[in-house]
Design a protein around this ligand. Structure first.
Ligand code: KG4
Ligand code: ZN
Length: 335
């Protein structure tokens, strides 16, 4: 079965073709980063308009690269949420139209489930069950994953997501959008042990996160510093170290609580090298990640999630709803 995947939940148009026999046969991505950079963040209306321009040409490009025709598509998986409503509607309308025209199922995929399953695209894929840490611009989630569609939410951010905290701290330090990778690059020039930032919510039980205080702590430290280039790098490093350490403490707690020895990390922040080094050092735990290109938003994870759902749930229906800008991972269609 060949599944066309369409991702358009935020500022990346991602298209892919996943073949259940041959694996990923094509993927194409268009990032809107340049479009939004001058505004310092994503402008939803501009994002929707750009998805309209890019989605169909990228689908043609992916089909050409895979040397497939439209009639070779057996199902269409599109991101139905969570995300920006206008951007989601573009992918959903195009996806459902193509599925209708071809007479194949249209599968509404949860974007976070796409991230969650993305490490399973790799050669060294984990078996179920495992603990998943999902770290993106909109979410910080700890999930116990027993199988496809069997997700128990263990903890989540009660305020800013970790990616959002990276982005806001970077913006406050005057770094360009998107802030996460820029802050991580600047942190490499920082000196360790100049500042020690708090590890929020680690000294009380539970698996929830809070990152907005860390962002404010960074801002106050910056305002009270000499505001030199070195101060900026030192603060970037202190922020990143505190965020990474907080994630590592909560992951360790979750693995212990549920009794698992496999950790899967996905979402844009899973590209962060310091986070990977810290988690890879956890004793007795094997950690799995998507390849760097599939950490941030992409069509491959949506096509793959569509194929996995179709295989796992014989009753998986063509979706009868359009998009859900808010769609918690524990409210997916039951098997
Ligand atoms: O998964 P993603 O591409 O989009 C969402 O679903 O939100 O994640 C984007 C987030 C942004 O906040 C971005 O700054 C962050 O991931 N990010 C990073 C790094 N690369 C991307 N944060 C820290 N270090 C990185 N290397
Ligand atoms: Zn994402």
């Amino acid at each position: 079965m060949r599944v066309l995947g369409i991702e358009s939940s935020c500022d990346e148009t991602g298209i892919a073709l996943y073949d259940t026999e041959r694996g990923l046969v094509a993927h194409a991505l268009y990032s809107q980063v340049k479009l939004h950079a001058e505004y310092g963040g994503v402008v939803p209306e501009l994002a929707s308009r750009d998805h309209i321009r890019k989605t169909l040409p990228l689908i043609e490009q992916a089909l050409n690269n895979a040397q497939l025709k439209r009639c070779d598509i057996d199902a269409v998986a599109y991101t139905a949420g969570p995300g920006l409503v206008g951007a989601l509607l573009v992918g959903a309308s195009i996806g459902k139209s193509i599925a209708w025209a071809l007479g194949v199922p249209a599968l509404a995929i949860n974007h976070m489930e796409g991230h969650l399953l993305s490490p399973l695209l790799e050669d060294q894929a984990p078996d179920f069950p495992f603990i998943s840490l999902l770290v993106s611009g909109g979410h910080t989630l700890l999930v116990d994953v027993q199988g496809v569609g069997q997700y128990e939410l263990l903890g989540e951010s009660i305020d800013d997501a970790v990616g959002e905290a990276f982005d806001k701290t970077a913006k406050m330090l005057g770094l360009s959008y998107p802030g996460g990778p820029a802050l991580a690059a600047l942190a490499e020039k920082g000196r360790p042990d100049i500042y020690s930032f708090p590890r929020p919510m680690t000294n009380r039980p539970g698996l929830d996160f809070s990152f907005s205080g860390l962002k404010t702590f960074s801002m106050n430290t910056w305002l009270n510093s000499g505001q030199s280039a070195q101060d900026k790098a030192d603060i970037a490093l202190a922020f990143q170290t505190a965020a990474v350490e907080t994630l590592a403490i909560k992951c360790t707690r979750a693995l212990k609580q549920v009794g698992r020895n496999k950790l899967v990390v996905a979402g844009g922040v899973s590209a962060n090298i310091a986070l990977r080094q810290r988690l890879d050092a956890l004793k007795g735990i094997t950690v799995y990640y998507p390849r760097p290109a599939f950490c941030s938003d992409n069509g491959a994870m949506i096509a793959f999630a569509g194929a996995m759902r179709k295989a796992a749930f014989s009753k998986q229906q063509t979706s009868n709803f359009s998009v859900r800008p808010r769609w918690p991972l524990d409210q997916l269609d039951p098997p």
